[in-house]
Design a protein around this ligand. Structure first.
Ligand code: SF4
Ligand code: SF4
Length: 312
């Protein structure tokens, strides 16, 4: 019998010391049958648009023990990205999460530090793997299971008295925790602010996102022209969209992030519409060096700038 066990409180204390905003632990098991069915239904209805990778590895996505054999526990962490300084609202807008350095790199460094700590205090060899938006893991589900918050009607993970502007990451480990956390009940109540404020009606129903209409998907993942009906709803957004987060009353509790890597650089903050319109590829590379915005590529940003002008 495998009796490996780690001290939950010790890991949580170290996670907070490393700068994570929250940390919880869930027992690794297959996701609930309702979640499995809802995800399949969402895929069958093609709500994932052209993100075909979402269809891959469903067995592993629905059971983390198949992603890392022997996984007993999932440590879930959240890192605040709510900006300390915002872009001028008269200028083009970027999603908050993209203001600073690429979260994959920042999260990976912090998760690796937590994993190293875990290994250093363990009296026996342990197997573990870190994840941050890099594998078929239902991150929001595991954050909920680990007691961090609940999944709101806008499909985001909402942390009580803190909001939803958090990156999520996980450590899978082949040891039991001394204590597991309890999922929180949903506290959206009768609120429908996120649905009411979505400019493209991409939130078709509570907890149901149609990616093909979502400006976050269309301005970042989508590789073709943005359909005119959605382009006309972009307003000033040229990378991502935060409207369903801005509308959420729980984000009134958001506090500026303390992670220096997420602070925007001065050039980015000072850009005017005319600067963006005339952006060269070299300037793009300079401004977004080490940023997640690279995902959209220079051509994607310029396509988005053209698209917002369709409304002008
Ligand atoms: S990110 Fe924007 S477009 Fe997408 S669901 Fe939220 S409000 Fe709607
Ligand atoms: S805006 Fe309201 S309904 Fe939407 S996620 Fe926030 S609390 Fe829930």
């Amino acid at each position: 019998m495998n009796s490996k066990c780690f001290d939950a409180q010790q890991i949580k204390a170290e996670a907070l010391r490393l700068g994570f905003s929250a940390c919880g632990i869930a027992k690794a098991e297959a996701v609930s049958i309702n979640v499995d069915k809802a995800f399949s239904k969402w895929l069958d209805a093609k709500k994932h648009a052209n993100m075909h990778y979402m269809c891959n590895h469903q067995d592993k996505r629905m059971d983390p023990r198949l992603l890392m054999e022997g996984t007993k526990s999932i440590i879930s962490v959240a890192l605040n990205y709510y900006p300390a300084q915002h872009l001028d609202t008269n200028e083009y807008q970027f999603a908050w999460y993209a203001y600073g350095k690429d979260y994959h790199d920042v999260m990976k460094a912090k998760l690796t530090a937590l994993k190293t700590y875990l290994e250093s205090i363990s009296p026996y060899p342990i197997q573990s793997r870190i994840f941050c938006d890099t594998a078929p893991v239902l991150e929001r589900y595991w954050a909920w299971k680990a007691g961090l918050g609940w999944i709101g009607k806008n499909t985001q993970l909402i942390i009580p008295k803190a909001g939803s502007s958090f990156f999520l990451g996980e450590i899978f480990i082949d040891a039991d925790a001394s204590q597991y956390d309890t999922p929180l009940p949903n506290r959206c109540g009768s609120c429908t602010n996120c649905i009411d404020h979505c400019p493209t009606n991409a939130l078709e129903a509570p907890f149901t996102l149609n990616s093909a209409r979502c400006l976050s998907y269309l301005t970042i993942e989508h590789r073709e022209d943005i359909p005119l009906s959605e382009a006309q709803k972009m307003g000033k957004k040229i990378y991502g969209c935060d409207d369903c987060q801005r509308a959420c009353p729980w984000n009134r509790f958001a506090t500026p992030c303390q992670t220096q890597e997420f602070y925007p650089n001065d050039t980015f903050l000072q850009m005017k519409k005319e600067d963006w319109n005339a952006l060269t590829e070299d300037q793009y590379k300079l401004i977004f060096k080490g940023s997640a915005v690279k995902r959209a590529k220079y051509s994607g940003i310029m396509r988005n700038i053209k698209a917002v002008q369709k409304e002008d």
